[in-house]
Design a protein around this ligand. Structure first.
Ligand code: KG4
Length: 340
């Protein structure tokens, strides 16, 4: 019999639902929330309210596009955490109601595990290009920067992670102080393509081992900018492409330096990247350069699977379903957790 999983993702500011049948994606629907743009960041209370409005139509649309009736579902997989508590509660409560009403099991998914397993989403009529276990995954998003050794879909080991800010957070904050808008990642990415990455030099951290740090870079960026703006109030306007290119290059260099170290030490040349920041063109190019130079076998997700989406939750649910890894109806949401 076929295994049909409905995935639900509501950890931050995107409400998403997806349907996967026997490992193949049938539909994926995402409702993004524009309401936060004027605030320069996600406002948690507004996010939960928008999730409440979006969740029913988004699930309805995902089932409709998949051509699947809700009675055909084998299980409902949902993001249990980490994320914003109010946002998570909407998805978790919906999943509970749905599973209870349909008499099907619930599968909890760790959002970070979902990002890593996005590499296993298969689309119809598409040749699979999937990493073999064990592989190394650089997980870079607005809330996390981790290097993970993935031994199996349910066996992941964090080798290094940020001790303060995440890479995406640093990009977003620097973009905000330059007055460029939110979220900063795509804006910096676009501007960086037209700028000189060597125009400005920003400080790089010296952290032992495989851990990252981005708060020093953020602070030095803010202080330098303040001085430059004192001299020339239009400094950002005059130099925004060079600032973006230099900032992006510094962050990509920091990420790749540690990743290279891990690959060298573990000898694992199967290397993937995941999370919102993996949409960044500078980072994608750095992966390609490393593949050529060091013989890495690289895995870069499609743009649609870099940021938050329910397809990655559904595929994780599909794996867990096969091992009958279900969760009880009283499973609470959790706001903080890393991959163990
Ligand atoms: O994975 P994600 O959607 O959300 C979580 O944090 O879970 O990642 C969002 C982050 C934000 O910091 C955003 O600015 C960044 O990903 N981002 C990018 C790009 N697109 C999104 N950063 C750099 N370049 C991009 N093209």
């Amino acid at each position: 019999m076929s295994i049909i999983i409905l995935g639900i993702e509501s950890s931050c500011d995107d409400t998403s639902a997806a349907v996967i049948k026997d490992g193949v994606l049938l539909s994926s629907v995402i409702a993004s929330q524009a309401v936060h743009e004027s605030y320069g960041g996600v406002v948690p209370e507004l996010a939960s309210r928008a999730h409440q409005q979006n969740i029913v139509p988004v699930v309805h649309e995902a089932l409709k596009r998949a051509g699947v009736a809700k009675e055909e579902l084998s299980a409902v997989a949902f993001t249990r955490g980490p994320g914003l508590m109010g946002s998570l509660l909407v998805g978790v409560s919906f999943a509970k109601g749905f599973s209870r009403a349909l008499g099907i099991p619930m599968i909890e998914v760790n959002h970070l595990q979902g990002h890593v397993l996005a590499h296993f989403i298969k689309e119809k009529d598409e040749e699979p290009h999937q990493p073999e276990f064990p592989f190394i995954c650089l997980l870079v998003s607005g809330g996390n920067s981790q290097i993970i050794r993935v031994n199996a879909y349910n066996d992941m080991q964090v080798l290094g992670q940020t001790i303060d800010d995440a890479a995406g957070e640093a990009i977003d904050k620097c973009s905000k102080v330059m007055g460029l808008g939110y979220p900063g990642g795509p804006i910096i990415d676009r501007l960086a393509r037209q700028g000189n990455p060597e125009a400005f030099a920003f400080s790089k951290p010296h952290i032992p081992g495989y851990d990252y740090s981005f708060s020093g870079l953020k602070t030095s960026f803010l202080y330098s900018l303040r001085e430059w703006v004192k001299e020339d109030p239009d400094f950002v306007e005059h130099h925004k492409t060079d600032l973006a290119a230099s900032l992006e290059k510094t962050i990509v260099d920091i990420l790749m330096d540690k990743l290279r170290k891990v690959v060298k030490d573990t000898g694992i040349k199967e290397v993937a990247v995941a999370g919102g920041v993996s949409a960044n063109n500078g980072l994608r190019n750095a992966f390609r350069t490393h593949a050529e130079k060091y013989g890495w076998n690289i895995f870069i997700p499609k743009f649609g699977y870099t940021t938050d989406n329910a397809a990655m939750i559904a595929i994780t649910g599909y794996f867990k379903y096969q091992d009958k890894e279900f969760c009880p109806i009283d499973a609470p949401a959790y706001s903080r957790v890393t991959i163990k």
